[in-house]
Design a protein around this ligand. Sequence first.
Ligand SMILES: *[C@@H]1O[C@H](CO)[C@@H](O)[C@H](O)[C@H]1NC(C)=O
Ligand SMILES: *[C@@H]1O[C@H](CO)[C@@H](O)[C@H](O)[C@H]1NC(C)=O
Ligand SMILES: *[C@@H]1O[C@H](CO)[C@@H](O)[C@H](O)[C@H]1NC(C)=O
Length: 361
Amino acid sequence: MRTERSCFLTMLQAVALLPTMALKDSHTTKKFSEEPEFERPIGNHTFFLGREAVLGCSVLNLGKHKVGWLRAEDQTVLTMHERAVLGSRYAVNMDPPRTWQLRIRPLRAEDRGCYMCQINTQPTMTWQIGCIDVFVPPDIMSDDTSGDVSVQELENATLTCRATGHPAPKITWRREDHEPILLKKPMSREFEKVESYVGSSMPLWRVDRRQMGAFLCIASNDVPPAVSKRITLNVNFAPTVKVPNQLLGAPLGTDVKLKPKYTIREEKSSYKVSMWLTIRQFSKSDIGTYNCVSTNSLGKSEGTLRLYEIKLNSPEDFSNQISIAGGLTEAAKGNSNETLFITRTLILISLFCAVYLNVTC
Ligand SMILES: *[C@@H]1O[C@H](CO)[C@@H](O)[C@H](O)[C@H]1NC(C)=O
Ligand SMILES: *[C@@H]1O[C@H](CO)[C@@H](O)[C@H](O)[C@H]1NC(C)=O
Ligand SMILES: *[C@@H]1O[C@H](CO)[C@@H](O)[C@H](O)[C@H]1NC(C)=O
């Protein structure tokens, strides 16, 4: 590189110019009508990583002088007149009638910077500068980005996502299920619903179970494509059970379908699941109280549902009726270690548990 540079300067019959000297000199360069001059500025241009950069230097009255392209930062000679001197990524190309094009390809991020077009006039060289910016598409840095996050309810959590790219990418958060994001301001109990949140860290203060779900962090800048990463927020909490219909009547001999509904941690933001219990051939011995019990490592909760007999005048009254809607039970739980079962009495736990599993699994 050094030899190339000396070669160029020798050819130009000039001493090496430091950029600062060159800057000062350019203003004092005398312009005679026959002297070469630049037709227009090179200008500043933007190109995409991996593509080609093209800078044009248009010279009037070149005469017997020659044109060279240098990297402005370190004065490295890239091309001399019609010849590239530095590696295969650089080329010089004549765009008739008088434009010398510097071409760089494939473009790298480190090619960002300024380039000098120089003419070997004497006693001082004539030169002008143009700069290129290299746009780089966004890329998410997995090391600096949250994996799936799991917290206890009412703890603070922060989802973090970092990305590289040029210009600096913008980070936007959305819920994967397109529901609004629930955000709480510190020290506030109120939730605010937002479509998206912008920022590389999304702080969640005193997390609520309703905030559970899959989030997408989307990194975008002016360079397509935008990229995203999916981060799941799990919120663990002790179960709660609700049984709105606590009394349920059925004629003997029918199938009774109980539809307890309970709440569970699940992906896709929903932590609600419906559960059915069918008791075949409902008989007097089935009459009684049923408990819906939800447990996990954080606690236990139960709801009670009472099943009683409806007296019918004749069997025809219910012969077409196979099932009767049952009670609604709601429970919530958030840990992986969880069980849910329906009991009538302690002795019958396993029996009804088995029935429940047969129906729902
Ligand atoms: C071109 O970019 C350089 C470096 O960023 C800057 O100093 C110069 O003022 C710019 N020139 C024009 C014409 O925008
Ligand atoms: C949660 O964040 C708030 C506000 O930043 C802070 O005051 C509080 O101490 C944090 N709570 C926990 C459990 O870290
Ligand atoms: C569930 O908890 C019990 C003790 O409460 C433990 O023995 C068992 O290993 C746990 N199972 C899972 C899957 O965590």
